[in-house]
Design a protein around this ligand. Structure first.
Ligand SMILES: *Cc1c(COP(=O)(O)O)cnc(C)c1O
Length: 423
């Protein structure tokens, strides 16, 4: 049980994500987590709808992941990656190369999703330096995107919903096209692609890469766009000769109903970013993968200028390897389809409700979009009272539960959301 005194200490001394230290939002003490449940320090048990922000795909305290990490811990928890290699990194890289499209052959391990993006952006720039085309130093993306909180990742996040206004005077200014308007299961219309196409054509000589979340725009609005859009992006990159960076940090490892969301468009990027569920939510780890052509291009200009202290951390690599093996050994698609059906069934009741703008589901992702931003403190309290853990942001009340959530838990989760959205 976390004491009132400790909670007061937390409120005055510890930063939480996107909060003020002078008027912090309430936080809930967690004692332990098991399967798809979080136990609060006051003993209440909550059904987890968030998978700790996309990461905990197998649920918490998984015996196989625990055993893998304990085994690695008994050998070494960390060792520098400069001049050293180890089996967990090699085995994980082998498996990543195997399960991603054939063209993606090389792996750079880093600390987190944002850093995987930083590395991808550096790779693209260094690729053009290596090719003698230093003028190709611009990034193009769409509005509504999210690629992380570090400085350069921020520069390709949505310029309105992101943090551009705060840092406008010092943030690099890149090129933003309209967000894709045609949703995942609407019928395709070429006009949706015009904004991005004309922007890239106008700047074709200076674009280093197009940066995009495939199919699912996550923290930028929980929005699912049409697979043909993604296909057109790849064609356009080929036409103007720029690189394509796909950010599968949120969507990777089955979440969208494909192992990788890019598969919906049958698209292969030049650079792929992974994170979040990579370790099954146990540790922080990012990976940036490239084609041989990109790797050779970078290397023609010298060395890749990145090398974090905790690069290729053995504990993280070992648990990621186990998480991936576990995923591939189970019927993950069956589970995701089951969750998709449960979310559709359960959340549909919210549609048409006063204040509800839209309800959408793709794979194991469910979204209720409200007309107005929700009062997080109030909504969170109401959800906790109903026994579920959901963290809304802005106008969005959304879930992406661990794949082990039961049908019964799904009913409780969606019922609580529908009730709270009706308040
Ligand atoms: C979360 C996220 C990131 C950033 O990852 P961190 O591990 O939080 O740095 C980047 N891109 C997408 C699509 C994400 O969802």
């Amino acid at each position: 049980m976390i004491s009132a005194e400790d909670l007061a200490f937390d409120a005055t001394h510890i930063w939480h994500p996107y909060t003020s230290l002078t008027s912090p939002l309430p936080v809930y003490g967690i004692e332990s987590a098991q399967g798809c449940e979080l136990t609060l320090s006051d003993g209440r048990v909550l059904i987890d709808g968030m998978a700790s922000w996309w990461a905990c795909i197998h649920g918490y305290n998984h015996p196989r992941l625990n055993a893998a990490i304990a085994d690695q811990l008994s050998k070494m928890s960390h060792v520098m990656f400069g001049g050293i290699t180890h089996q967990p990194a090699i085995d994980l890289a082998k498996l990543l190369v195997e399960i991603t499209p054939d063209a993606l052959e090389t792996v750079f391990f880093s600390d987190s999703g944002s850093i995987a993006i930083e590395v991808a952006l550096k790779m693209a720039l260094q690729y053009w330096v290596g090719g003698g085309k230093r003028d190709r130093n611009q990034f193009v993306t769409v509005r509504g995107g999210y690629h992380g909180d570090t400085y350069h990742a921020m520069s390709v996040c949505d310029p309105i919903g992101g943090m551009h206004s705060l840092f406008a005077s010092s943030l690099p200014k890149y090129l933003f096209a309209d967000r894709p308007k045609i949703q995942f299961n609407q019928s395709w219309n070429e006009s949706d692609f015009e904004s991005l196409r004309s922007l890239v054509i106008q700047n074709s000589q200076v674009v280093a890469a197009i940066v995009l979340e495939p199919i699912v725009q996550g923290a930028g609005g929980m929005y699912f766009y049409h697979p043909t859009y993604l296909r057109r992006v790849r064609e356009l990159c080929d036409e103007v000769g720029c690189l394509l960076i796909l950010d599968e940090i949120a969507t990777g490892f089955g979440r969208s109903g494909r192992l990788f969301a890019m598969e919906y468009g049958d698209v292969v990027p030049d650079i792929l970013c992974l994170g979040k569920a990579l370790t099954g939510g146990y540790m922080t780890l990012g990976a940036t993968m490239t084609t041989r052509a990109v790797a050779n291009g970078i290397s023609a200009g010298g060395v890749l200028m990145h090398g974090p202290t905790f690069m290729g951390n053995p504990l993280a690599c070992r648990v990621a390897l186990e998480s991936l093996r576990l995923l591939l050994s189970m019927d993950w698609l069956g589970e995701v389809k089951r969750i998709e059906a449960g979310l559709r069934r359960g959340l549909e009741a919210a549609r048409g409700g006063l204040g509800v703008a839209d309800v959408r589901v793709l794979g194991a992702i469910g979204v209720v979009e409200m007309n107005e931003p929700v009062d997080v403190a109030v909504v969170q309290r109401e959800l906790v009272q109903r026994g579920v853990w959901v963290r809304p942001f802005g106008k969005l009340v959304y879930v992406m539960p661990p794949f082990c959530i039961s049908d019964k838990q799904l009913v409780c989760l969606t019922r609580a959301i529908v009730e709270v959205c009706e308040l």
